[in-house]
Each structure stands twice: as C-alpha cells, then as structure tokens.
Ligand binder design. Structure first.
Ligand code: BGP
Length: 476
C-alpha cells in the first residue's frame, strides 16, 4: 500500500479545543461563583473517576502562559476555549462583571494573539451559573435566556474587537439529554418536557446573542457548536430508514435546522405535541430565530449513530423518549475506541461535509472537536518518558483525509480543531481517558510533556501536509 501526501488547503485552520471548566480549576473563583458542573461534581465526587474533577482540572488558570508557550512551540493556528459565565460575573441579574475574571480572560486572549494563535471563544460549555439553576430552573426559564444575553453582551463589549470567532454554545443538547431525558446525570430527574424546553430555550438564547453581536458590527463571526452524529440506518428497509430519520430529527436537526436555516422542523413539533411534551414558544421568538441564524457552524464529530427500528414493545408507563421510535444498532465488526466505548468511523467527516454542502446551503463550518481519549496512556511511554501515541496520529490522519476529500468536493469546511491540546477533565471520566497532544502528569504536579502526536502535529503545521496510507478502493 502506497503512502500519500495530504495537503491542507490554503488558510486551513489547524488547531485544538478545550473549555474553561475542563482546564481552569477553581482558582480565582469567589463565593457564589459556582457553575452547574461545579455543583454536580460537589454533589457526587465519588462518581468522578478517581475523584478528580473541575476543582483543579489542569490548573490552566495559573498555568495558561506555560500552555500557550507549548501551543506556540507546536505552532497551533487557533485555540478554542470558553468563558466560564459563572466566573465572569459578580451578579448574574445585573451582569456586573467580575474585574479579576475579566482581566484573566483578557490576559489569555492577549497571550494567544501575541503568540500568533487565533483565539476562538465559546460562551457556554456547561458553565451555567448554579444559582440560576437553583433559583429559576436553569435553561428551562426564559428569564435565564435574557440573563445569558446580557452576559454575552458584556463579553462582546470587552473582547469583540480582538476575538474573531465567537460561539454561543458548545453542544447545547447534551446536559438536558443526559440529565432530564436519560436521567443519568445531575440533577437526575426524568422529565422529557423540561428537556425539550431547555433545547428550545438554548436555540432562542443563541439567536438572541447573535442578534446582539450583529448589531455592534464587530469584525468577526459568530456561530454555535453542535455535536451532530452522522446517522446511518441499519438497512435500507423502510422501517430502519424511518427510525434513523427520527433519531436524526431529535439529535441533529433539532438544532441544525433552526441555527442554520432559521426553522424548527414541523415534524419535530408534531411528534412532541402528539406525546404531550412540546416546548412553549411564541411567534415573536420564532421570528428572532428566523432572523438570527449562525454565520459559521462548529461541528464536534466523534462517532456515528447507527439506528434500527425499535424491536421491543414500548411500555406505555415509560415517559416519552425519542427511543420510542428506534433502537441503537451495533455494526458487527465495527472498529472501537474501547476506552471511550465509541465506534471509530472516519468516514463521518466526509458524510457530514457533504450533508452540510447539500442540505445546509454549504455554510462555512469548522470541525470544532474530534479526537481520541485513551485510558492508561502511561503504558505507551518510551524510555525518555514520551507517550508514543501512534494510535492518535493514525486516528487524526484518517479523519483528516476524509475531511479533505469532502473539502475537495466542495464542502466549505475551514478548519479542524483537535480535542484536546492538553489532557483534561471529562464529565465523570475525569482524567481516565487522555485526549491531549500534551500529557498532564498527575503524579508530578501536573507537569506538561508533549506526546509523540504533539511533535507530529507540529510537523503537519509546519509543512501543511501529512503523510499517510493511500486510500484503498475497498476502503472508500
Ligand atoms: C465533547 C465535549 C467535550 C469533551 C469531549 C470528549 O462532547 O464538548 O467537552 O468532553 O466531548 O468527550 P468525553 O470527555 O466525554 O470523553
């Protein structure tokens, strides 16, 4: 099998992503500045792998200069992180800014720019202030939507002149799906209607923040980051295809359609009405959503969804869940990342690229996350203590070449951001699965050390190409 050079297109952004809560730690946080994630961790630290969590995380708050030095050494084009809403304000009702936090974020942004790294800033990566959850029910409340818009406005005022990429949310569907639909995460309530209202309110909040951003005519772009899953039916039989369509409707189109096209799918509203868990909306709100679609789309792509028609009978006593219409399907022979339990199927990059081109007006988009979390990476250390993560290099190469194929065929993808720059804290899994180009050594004061993949990324960034196996016809 031959080796081929895969060239990055001109101006293609090759970077890495993270979030505030997964890296910063609580240093500098004041009383009353807890986030949703903070209280979740505090309520059940024993559920978090080896007890690690957001409390110290990677200590980025104190060590960001060191990390940015490493980013520069590797030569990243861009770095995405979030602003922690709960840290950024002193008073969530009046949007009074915490001057210390504002100065910290200013320093991070300046340091990135000074080192030639484009900052990309997300406004919400599960960092909803805990107080707003307690007092108003969090994203279930439209009042909280308006408080978020006030917060967003403060961020734009302070950093809008230097940050060229803003994102309103990271994976807005996740929290309520896990917490209220599946009831497997804090606050462990099953309430489908609430989950659906959170979805809708976040779509509305995103549109309202975009409206505010657009009014000030900053010289940048604003979008949203969605964890879309390329959805494959088990077979082409009508029942499997229909099941996959419904899955796609709930987990992809719920956000993609309003955020990109300005419209919530009618079928979705009908199904929800039928099951008596529709969200509440007004005509004026729908107009705001219609008129404030995203200028750029961020997509986190990790694993496909494989779906078949439901096989077991539905228990009528079970509250409505979209799985009323489908079951998950495991493809025999699939390749797995066993540490994370996710199927590896690099073709998702191409299939999503084509979908965005053909069904979503070929809007400008970025892969805002893709990556591989691996357990016990220590065992891959060589004699010099450098993690030999060849599997990660292979993973990135395979995904990138499928993405490049999509771009060659006209998809408007402008970049790829690896999850993540350093190892960091995952929800519940904490430091179990390591994602970084740079290791965080928990046994040695969280020291940083570049992994083999980090040196490889550096070469790709310098050469603007990478070498990898040629596609074989069977594989395509
Ligand atoms: C995405 C999140 C990230 C990150 C990543 C890896 O869904 O946006 O915050 O955590 O997934 O997943 P995990 O951490 O669950 O292994």
């Amino acid at each position: 099998m031959g080796v081929k050079k895969y060239y990055l297109p001109d101006n293609f952004i090759l970077g890495a992503a993270a979030s505030a809560w997964q890296t910063e730690g609580w240093a500098g946080k004041k009383e009353g500045q807890e986030s949703f994630i903070d209280v979740w961790y505090k309520s059940n630290p024993e559920l978090w792998y080896n007890g690690y969590g957001p409390a110290i995380a990677t200590d980025f708050y104190n060590r960001f200069r060191e990390d940015i030095r490493l980013m520069k050494e590797i030569g990243l084009d861009a770095y995405r992180t979030s602003i922690d809403w709960s840290r950024f304000l002193r008073n969530y009702e009046t949007a009074e800014v915490d001057e210390d936090a504002a100065e910290y974020y200013d320093s991070v942004i300046n340091e990135l720019i000074k080192n030639g790294i484009e900052p990309m800033i997300c406004l919400e990566h599960y960092e909803l202030p805990a107080l707003l959850l307690e007092k108003y029910g969090g994203w279930g409340s439209k009042y909280v939507v308006d408080l978020y818009v006030k917060y967003a406005e403060k961020v734009f005022n302070l950093y809008g002149d230097k940050v060229k990429y803003f994102f309103t949310f990271n994976e807005p569907i996740v929290i309520q799906t896990r917490a209220f639909l599946d009831s497997v995460r804090y606050p462990f309530r099953q309430d489908t209607k609430t989950a659906m209202q959170w979805n809708y309110n976040k779509i509305l909040a995103s549109a309202k923040a975009i409206e505010v951003y657009k009014k000030s005519k900053y010289n940048g772009k604003i979008g949203i980051i969605l964890n879309v899953e390329v959805t494959y039916p088990r077979s082409l039989a009508e029942h499997d295809v229909m099941a996959a369509k419904i899955y796609d409707l709930f987990f992809n189109r719920f956000y993609l359609d309003p955020c990109v096209k300005g419209e919530i799918p009618v079928e979705l509203i009908e199904i929800l009405k039928f099951h008596r868990c529709n969200f509440e909306f007004t005509k004026e709100e729908l107009d705001i959503i219609k008129n404030n679609t995203v200028q750029i789309l961020g997509l986190n792509l990790y694993t496909p969804a494989r779906i078949k028609a439901r096989e077991s009978a539905w228990n009528p006593a079970t509250p409505f869940h979209p799985s009323f219409y489908y079951d998950k399907f495991e493809l025999p022979g699939r390749k797995m990342n066993l540490s994370r339990g996710w199927e590896i199927y690099p073709r998702i990059m191409y299939d999503m690229a084509m979908r965005i081109k053909n069904e979503y007006g070929n809007i400008e988009w970025l892969v805002t996350e893709n990556g591989m979390g691996i357990e016990n990476e220590q065992k891959f250390k060589n004699d010099d203590g450098v993690i030999q993560d060849d599997y990660r290099i292979e993973f990135i190469s395979e995904h990138l070449r499928w993405l490049l194929k999509g771009i060659e065929e006209g998809s408007n993808c402008k970049g790829y951001m690896l999850w993540s720059f350093t190892d960091n804290v995952s929800p519940l899994n904490a430091f179990k699965n390591r994602y970084g180009l740079v290791e965080i050594d928990l046994d040695n004061s969280r020291n940083r050390r570049i992994k083999k993949s980090g040196y490889w990324y550096k070469e790709v960034l310098k050469n603007r190409y990478f070498e990898y196996k040629d596609f074989t016809p069977e594989y395509i």
